[in-house]
Design a protein around this ligand. Structure first.
Ligand code: PHE
Length: 343
């Protein structure tokens, strides 16, 4: 009987050695140590037929054999595990000397973004801060605070989207909604621009869109005059369209400025001679501006005995359309890649 145990041990250890994976090891474990029909289990069942003395000796051997087989199996299990790990690590290895894949696609900036960034750079070089504000705005900041009281006919010029069950909220119709917010937050003196999205209730056509971009600007300080305003706007016009560009200001009513002007620049296409784009006038209308109305400064808690200011609003979308010769404003919101990839 002893030799049977010895033989089983030799065979088992050999078999364990040649196992290649976890499944094989489990099968082998079952075959040798299985409770029901394992080879060692069966052999051990024979112990009960031995004499007491013999059982002691053979029993001790049997236990040792069992332990040795179990240990060998445990070691094999660990060995297989290590193998798995090193395979996984090998897979994850990063060859940093491998040449990069060729770049096939890269994105482009939206034309609005290109002009916006360009103007942000230009204005920051003149000491302006760039501010951001909410597009879903209160009726107060969009209208009342900038001198457009409720029921004033000026509200008709800027119809917008109202929010159901929230009578105090509107989609902002212009970036002028940030004027009083900025004054209340930062106080005077103040020098800032606000580029951003605006909304109006328009029936859309090639020149009108419900969503468009403006770029607002305002300066509040001591001794600010209309001349300062013209100087800044001329600098912007020359930056956009070249040194020879001129600015023309004509009176226009905006409730939040007094005096208010409509700003035009020499048509950069025909250089003022008259063409289709400027409708033969030689001028392109690109902004509204004026000296900030005292009512607006007061809403912003600015001391009107000490400070004055000017404000201007560029149609950023209009600048983009002029610059790139885009004939239909609706392209800009279309998300059409064929359109967007040209920039
Ligand atoms: N907010 C005006 C508009 O949307 C433009 C403007 C801004 C005019 C600042 C004057 C001063 O039409």
């Amino acid at each position: 009987m002893q030799s049977k145990f010895e033989q089983l041990k030799t065979e088992a250890l050999l078999a364990i050695k040649s196992v290649a994976d976890k499944m094989q090891l489990e099968d082998l474990e079952n075959k040798i140590l299985g409770r029901k029909n394992g080879e060692l289990t069966n052999l051990m069942k024979g112990l009960k037929d031995l004499t007491d003395d013999a059982r002691k000796v053979v029993g001790a051997l049997a236990n040792e054999v069992k332990k040795e087989i179990e240990l060998a199996m445990e070691n094999k299990k660990n060995e297989l595990l290590m193998l798995d790990w090193s395979k996984a690590i090998e897979k994850e290895r990063l060859d940093i000397t491998q040449p990069a894949l060729p770049q096939t696609e890269s994105g482009t900036f939206h034309p609005n973004t290109i002009i916006q960034k360009d103007l942000e750079d230009f204005f920051t070089s003149m000491g302006f801060a760039v501010l951001d504000g909410p597009e879903l705005e209160s009726d107060f900041f969009n209208f009342s605070a900038v001198n457009v009281p409720e029921n004033h006919p000026a509200r008709d010029m800027q119809d917008t989207f109202y929010i159901k069950n929230h009578p105090g909220l509107v989609m902002r119709t212009h970036t002028s909604s940030m004027q009083v917010r900025a004054m209340l937050k930062q106080g005077a003196p103040l020098r800032a621009i606000v580029p951003g999205k605006c909304y109006r209730n328009e029936s859309t056509d090639p020149r009108h869109e419900h969503t468009f971009y403006q770029l607002e600007g305002f300066v509040i300080d001591e001794n600010i005059t209309l001349a300062n305003m013209k100087g800044v706007l001329e600098a912007v016009a020359k930056h956009l369209y070249g040194e020879e560009t001129q600015v023309r200001l004509r009176p226009k009513f905006y409730p939040f400025v007094e005096p208010g002007v409509n700003g035009e620049v020499t048509c950069f296409i025909c250089k003022g001679k008259g063409c289709r784009v400027c409708k033969n006038t030689g001028w392109l209308e690109i902004f509204g501006a004026g000296m900030i109305h005292p009512n607006v400064l007061k809403e912003g808690k600015v001391d009107t005995t000490k400070y004055q200011g000017f404000a201007f609003g560029f149609g950023l979308t209009r600048l983009v359309m002029l610059k790139y010769g885009i004939e239909d404003i609706r392209h800009l919101q279309s998300g059409d890649l064929k359109f967007l990839k040209q920039f």
